[in-house]
Design a protein around this ligand. Sequence first.
Ligand code: ADP
Ligand code: GN1
Ligand code: MG
Length: 358
Amino acid sequence: MDTNISSIIEHFGIKGEYELFGNGHINDTYFVRSEPPYILQKLNTNTFKKPIEVMENIKGVTEHLRGKILAEGGDPDRETLNFIDSDAGTPYYVTENGDFYRMYKFVGGAHSCDSTDDPMQLYYAAKAFGHFQNLLADYPAESLHEVIVNFHNTKSRYADFKKAVADDLSGRAANAEAEIKFVLDREADASVVVDDIAAGRIPLRVTHNDTKINNVLLDDVTGEGVCVIDLDTVMPGSLLYDFGDALRSGGSSGAEDEPDLDKIWFDASKFEAFTKGFLEVLPSITERELELLPFSVKLMTLECGSRFLADYLNGDTYFRTHYPEHNLVRARTQFKLVADIEAKHDELMEIVKRVVNK
Ligand code: ADP
Ligand code: GN1
Ligand code: MG
């Protein structure tokens, strides 16, 4: 056992064994086996250069959510994240060498899914993400720090991608010519949402921005959404980012890093279930947002695939990888989905119309 982690746990006034937990790509997450149990996380300060700003955002947002959940008669200890203060008097603990840790209450009786075969899980996840956005509709957006600048600015993501190709820091570009072309061929897509936001055709909202399907906890008994987690990237953004990213992961037939592309396609029945749940709780959606729902899934999948591919070309410095070609495999899976979403665009639009008119 790493005595360092044990002593960090004690700085939060807790004693207990710990084990690595979850499948996040950014932070190191530990389950702390105490009574009650906790989640300890080492925040990735390579990704989040200003960790105190991340914590200020999350503290503000979770306090706001707590008030709303209480007003609805819910249980804020289960329905939002709750931090434990360290002996430094802050909701985090920084070690001598600058490592940044935080502790949450563990949300029990619930689970997250990395991918799912059950459209009902998508329905419940959608209601949870939509509800989360509703509860933050009156949150003062200007008080949020932009903790990762241009996080979903797809134009600036394109510029980053082109730079990764040009620099080819890992010398791997020759292994990925077809994948690089796939991204470059779709550059026009990058402007659609960004330009609409700039022109005021799409409203800026307070959004989660990382609605991967494993970032919502579902109740073990009822299957319903309990708690939206992983709040590091809550910032002003578009509802389309949250819708699109949830279906990028949740609408796939398989895992994000499934190497057998014959097993990967975009599942329209999952799209329908998610759209139903999302629109049931989000009546404030605009006509333009509705029109772009299918496109947003393609856009977020393309963005994510291009980020995986850029990281492969940069030498795997951003996402946690488990083997050398992992980011390339993840990118290929995303591009298989993009191609399938393109082919199914009209079918998906019909689903949106059907759900709206029900
Ligand atoms: P990352 O940013 O690395 O994705 P997350 O905050 O999403 O980290 O945590 C990783 C995983 O840990 C989640 O997918 C979830 O399964 C689990 N988890 C995180 N926080 C909690 C919590 N408060 N209660 C229960 N499980 C949690
Ligand atoms: C990362 O932290 P995690 O694993 O939930 C990433 C997302 C990507 C996702 C791809 C802060 O999410 O943007 O969509 O991996 N988070 C950050 O799986 O970059
Ligand atoms: Mg996560």
